[in-house]
Design a binder for this molecule. Structure first.
Ligand SMILES: Cc1ncc(COP(=O)(O)O)c(C=O)c1O
Ligand SMILES: N[C@@H](CCCC[NH3+])C(=O)O
Length: 425
């Protein structure tokens, strides 16, 4: 049977006119589980992880999956079983990752607003490192750890003030962003941390943004971080690891993320040249591990021709796929079963009562009511950002490997949504 691959989406291919994920026909899964339905390829996730592991071969390194990209338990289990660490940003994420068997020591805790309760729980499970984002947080962490009779392992997240050249909402390493401690204040913050009895400095951390498709911001950030490593160590504070964050982009359309192997080689050359090649190199990738491993399958409910535009109204919406509404993001939209008729241009929109509820604009599609469409690159920042707006239930999720598939999340019902609510009496 003829097979045509979808560029940038390993393990997704058309066999004749049908879209397959690994060895499974997408239409069969959608019929069995209903739509909207997220489908993930396990092999695609493991391949993406293997690409990082290859790039780091022979180095002391640790890959901590940034689970905010997709925190579904079935996805977390894939990375836990593959030996990954995890980057978390909330107590909720901590509980999820513990639920799939991750060890505290393999978890790093990022985020600008950790609460005392979150810090205490993280200390109780023996967290690997707190990535601290302000001087005030250092003091609170010191108090919480002292009160618990523990010593908190810390890195300070540095804001290197480099422009990652991505969407402003997902840029994090510029002076005007809320993240990290300013480059100029970092040494003083390390001296403060080193002087606190209940803190133990273990590393340095930096994350400049997400969906980065240019290598130069990474190279600039590394220079700035290594300048700091030098001055911190010269002040008598040794650093065991250098955490370089995540952010590597994926191909949504014509985006060309940097060739990862070449990028790592350049970054490692900088580490070696400055004499820091023996430090553990840590990263926190999210999107690049799961983004192109997932699709969201949606059914065409109505075709609505118009004077100015034609609308293709589907059963997925901005509550399932928030990226177009939030960042004007582009996702490819492909038919689950190809038709031979001529295509018409449509705006693909959902049922939510907002004009911002669109999934794709001006797309050429040969579709009829009842057809199914696959919204591509939906593995990252879709399900994890899904909401119940318009009292829509979260979609179901399926994980596929080879010929096998597992329902990893049931479709959420209205009863599920109302469970935590109470009527005043
Ligand atoms: C601290 C931190 N680490 C890692 C990530 C993961 O980024 P990405 O999914 O772009 O790899 C993010 C998100 O931008 C983040 O804020
Ligand atoms: N939610 C963003 C990425 C945020 C990265 C987290 N700091 C997106 O969908 O592109």
């Amino acid at each position: 049977m003829s097979e045509s691959l979808l560029p940038g989406h390993p393990h997704f291919a058309y066999r004749a006119s049908d879209l397959f994920v690994e060895g499974v026909r997408v239409a069969d899964l959608a019929r069995r589980h209903g739509t909207p339905l997220f489908i993930y390829s396990k092999s695609s996730m493991l391949d993406a992880l293997a690409a990082y592991q290859r790039g780091f071969a022979g180095r002391k390194s640790k890959i901590c999956y940034a689970m905010k990209a997709n925190s579904s338990l079935g996805v977390l289990q894939v990375f836990a079983q593959a030996g990954c660490g995890f980057d978390i940003v909330s107590g909720g994420e901590l509980e999820r990752v513990l639920a799939v068997g991750a060890q505290g020591k393999d978890i790093i805790f990022s985020g600008v607003g950790k609460t005392r309760a979150e810090m205490k729980r993280a200390l109780d499970v023996g967290i690997g490192c707190f990535n601290v984002e302000s001087e005030a947080e250092l003091e609170v962490l010191n108090e919480v750890a002292a009160a618990a009779g523990k010593v908190a392992p810390v890195s300070i997240r540095v804001n290197p003030d480099v422009d990652p050249k991505t969407h402003p909402y997902i840029s994090t390493g510029l002076k005007g962003n809320k993240f990290g401690i300013a480059h100029e204040r970092t040494l003083a913050a390390y001296q403060r941390a080193a002087s606190r009895k209940a803190l133990r400095v273990v590393g340095i951390d930096c994350h400049i943004g997400s969906q980065i498709t240019d290598e130069s911001p990474y190279l600039d950030a590394m220079d700035r971080v290594l300048d700091l490593v030098q001055s911190i160590e010269a002040a008598g504070i040794p650093l065991r690891h250098i955490d370089f964050g995540g952010g590597l982009g994926i191909s949504y359309d014509a985006d060309q993320p940097p060739a990862a192997d070449a990028l790592w080689a350049k970054l490692f050359a900088k580490l070696d040249a400055r004499g820091f090649g023996d430090r553990e190199f840590m990263i926190e990738p999210g999107r690049s591990l799961v983004g192109n491993a997932g699709v969201c399958v949606t059914e065409v409910l109505y075709l609505k021709p118009g004077e100015h535009k034609n609308f293709c109204i589907v059963d997925a919406a901005m509550n399932d796929l928030p990226r177009p509404a939030m960042y004007q993001a582009f996702h490819m939209i492909e038919p689950v079963t190809r038709r031979s008729e001529l295509a018409t241009h449509y705006d693909v929109v959902g049922p939510v009562c907002e004009s911002g509820d669109w999934i794709g604009r001006d797309r050429a599609l040969a579709v009829q009511t009842g057809d199914m469409l696959a919204v591509m690159s939906a593995g990252a920042y879709c399900m994890s950002m899904a909401s119940n707006y318009n009292t829509r239930g979260r979609a179901a999720e399926v994980l596929v490997e080879g010929e096998k598939s597992w329902l990893i999340r049931e479709r959420e019902t209205a009863a599920d949504q109302m469970r935590a609510e109470r009527l005043p009496t």
